[in-house]
Design a binder for this molecule. Structure first.
Ligand SMILES: Cc1cc2nc3c(=O)[nH]c(=O)nc-3n(C[C@H](O)[C@H](O)[C@H](O)COP(=O)(O)OP(=O)(O)OC[C@H]3O[C@@H](n4cnc5c(N)ncnc54)[C@H](O)[C@@H]3O)c2cc1C
Length: 419
C-alpha cells in the first residue's frame, strides 16, 4: 500500500469505525428501550406495526383489553342489516408474526412518575408509552341511563347487534329516536350516517315508521349536507331537531328528556357525550375538558414525560377530527418521531401532511365523503388546515363510485392493521 492509499484507508477506516460505534450505540439504545402501547385499536395497532417496521430490534408490547377488535366503522351497516358483525371484527394474530408482544389485559392505572402500568393481571414497566385507548362515554351527562348502558350502539359489538335487533323488530309505525351529544365525538358524521342507513331500512321495510334525531349541536355545514340528501332520498322519514340536548332518559317508558321537552319512541338510541378514555383521565393526562393535550409533531403528552397519546383521546385543540384515517395517520407520524429519537436517523425527521377522510354511507351504493388535509404549523398547538373538500354527491353514478371507494378504504385500512 503506498502512502496515499494508506492515508485514504485510515480515513475510511476511521469513518467506518466511528459510524459503526454510533450504529452499535444507537442499536444498543434501541435494544434496551421498552415500548409499551395501551390500546389495540386503529391508532395503537398502527403505531406498533410502523414502529416495528422502522426499528425492527425494538421491544414492543401491546396491551389490549379485548381479544378481538370490533370496528365502529361500518357498524352502521350492521345496524341496518347490510353486513354481518363478523365482517367488522378482527383478531391480532398478525402481531405475533412480526414479533410484537400482545398482552390481553386491561390497564387500570398508569403511574407516569415510575413509568409503570398497573393492569388487571400484571404490572408493566415502560421506557416510552404510547397511549391509544380511544374514548369513554360520559354516563353522568344523562340522568337515568345507568341501568340502560346498552342503548348506545356505540362502542361494543354487543350493543351494535342489540340495536340492530330492536330496529328489525320495530312495528310498522313505531318511531325511532337517536340522540346526538353536543361536542366532539368519535366518528363525527357517524350518527348522521346511522340515521341515513336506518331510514334506508325503514323505507323498504317499515314505511309508516319515522326517525327523530335529537341533536345537541347547532345547525352546521354537516347537518345541512345530510338534510339536503335526506330531502331527496328519505323525504318525511327523518326529522332533525338541532340544539336539542338530552338530559335524561326514562327507559321503562321509552322516553327521552331533553331541554325542549319529553319525547317517546319505540326504539331509543342515546349516544352520550364523550371524553378521552377513563385511563387517560385517571393518569392526569387530560385537560379541563377531558381530552389529552399533545405536541403536534411527536404526539407526546404535554402532561408527562415519555408518553405519547394518539387517536380519539387527543385534544380537539389540535384541529383534527376523531376518525379512523386520522388516528392511522397520527400513528405513522408518531412512529417516525419516536424512531428518529431512538435511532438518531435524520431520514426519519420529516414533516408530512396529515390526510384525513371520512366516508358516510347513505344507502347501499350511495356514499359521500369529506376530506381534510392538514400540515404541522410552525408554532402553536393547532394543525394548519390546508384544504377541506366535501364530495356532496347528488349525481347517482358519482355517489355509486364514492360507495366503492368507501368499501375499498375500509378493506384497505383494516387489512393494513389486522392482516
Ligand atoms: C359508530 C361509529 C362509527 C364510526 N364510523 C367511522 C367511519 O365511518 N370512518 C372513520 O374514519 N371513523 C369512524 N369512526 C371513528 C373511528 O372508529 C375512531 O376515530 C377510531 O377508531 C379511533 O381510533 P383509536 O385507536 O383512537 O380508538 P379505538 O379504535 O376505539 O381503539 C381503542 C382501543 O383501546 C382499547 N382500550 C381501551 N381502554 C383500554 C385499557 N384500559 N386497557 C387496554 N386496552 C384498552 C379498546 O379496547 C380499543 O381496542 C366511527 C366510530 C364509531 C363509534
Amino acid at each position: 500500500m503506498d502512502k496515499i492509499d494508506r492515508r485514504r484507508f485510515l480515513k475510511l477506516a476511521g469513518f467506518s469505525l466511528a459510524s459503526s460505534a454510533l450504529f452499535f450505540s444507537t442499536k444498543a439504545f434501541a435494544d434496551s428501550q421498552r415500548i409499551v402501547i395501551v390500546g389495540g385499536g386503529i391508532a395503537g395497532t398502527t403505531a406498533a406495526i410502523y414502529l416495528k417496521t422502522l426499528v425492527p430490534n425494538l421491544s414492543i408490547t401491546l396491551i389490549e383489553k379485548n381479544t378481538k377488535y370490533t370496528a365502529g366503522i361500518m357498524s352502521n351497516e350492521v345496524i341496518a342489516g347490510l353486513r354481518d358483525i363478523s365482517s367488522i371484527t378482527f383478531g391480532y394474530e398478525n402481531l405475533n408474526k412480526i414479533n410484537i408482544k400482545l398482552i390481553n389485559d386491561a390497564a387500570v392505572e398508569i403511574d407516569t412518575n415510575d413509568q409503570l402500568i398497573h393492569g388487571k393481571k400484571d404490572k408493566y414497566k415502560y421506557d416510552r408509552l404510547i397511549l391509544a385507548p380511544g374514548i369513554s362515554l360520559d354516563w353522568q351527562s344523562i340522568q337515568g341511563i345507568d341501568n340502560a348502558k346498552n342503548i348506545t350502539g356505540w362502542q361494543r359489538g354487543v350493543d351494535v347487534t342489540t340495536l340492530k335487533e330492536q330496529i328489525t323488530n320495530i312495528k310498522n309505525g313505531g318511531n325511532i329516536l337517536i340522540s346526538i351529544p353536543k361536542g366532539p365525538i368519535s366518528g363525527p358524521a357517524a350518527p348522521y350516517e346511522r340515521a341515513s342507513l336506518i331510514a334506508h331500512y325503514l323505507k323498504s321495510q317499515k314505511s309508516k315508521s319515522k326517525l327523530f334525531i335529537l341533536d345537541g349541536n347547532s345547525p352546521s355545514e354537516q347537518t345541512a349536507l345530510f338534510k339536503s340528501i335526506w330531502s331527496q332520498k328519505y323525504k318525511d322519514l327523518i326529522e332533525l331537531q338541532t340544539n336539542t340536548t338530552t338530559e335524561g332518559v326514562d327507559v321503562g317508558n321509552k322516553t327521552i328528556i331533553t331541554n325542549q321537552g319529553k319525547i317517546k319512541g319505540e326504539v331509543i338510541n342515546i349516544i352520550p357525550a364523550q371524553r378521552a378514555n377513563l385511563i387517560a383521565q385517571q393518569a392526569a393526562l387530560t385537560d379541563k375538558d377531558g381530552w389529552c393535550p399533545v405536541d403536534q409533531r411527536s404526539f407526546s403528552s404535554t402532561k408527562a414525560d415519555n408518553v405519547h397519546i394518539l387517536g380519539d383521546a387527543i385534544s380537539p385543540a389540535l384541529g383534527l377530527r376523531k376518525t379512523a384515517q386520522c388516528a392511522n395517520s397520527q400513528a405513522k407520524h408518531c412512529a417516525l418521531a419516536i424512531a428518529a429519537t431512538i435511532t438518531n436517523n435524520e431520514t426519519y425527521k420529516r414533516s408530512m401532511p396529515l390526510i384525513d377522510v371520512e366516508y358516510s354511507i347513505i344507502a347501499p351504493s350511495y356514499a359521500i365523503s369529506t376530506v381534510q388535509i392538514h400540515k404541522q404549523a410552525r408554532e402553536g398547538l393547532r394543525y394548519q388546515q390546508l384544504d377541506t373538500h366535501v364530495k356532496d354527491v347528488k349525481v347517482a353514478d358519482k355517489a355509486h363510485r364514492e360507495y366503492g371507494y368507501a368499501v375499498s378504504w375500509f378493506n384497505n385500512i383494516t387489512q393494513e392493521i389486522f392482516a
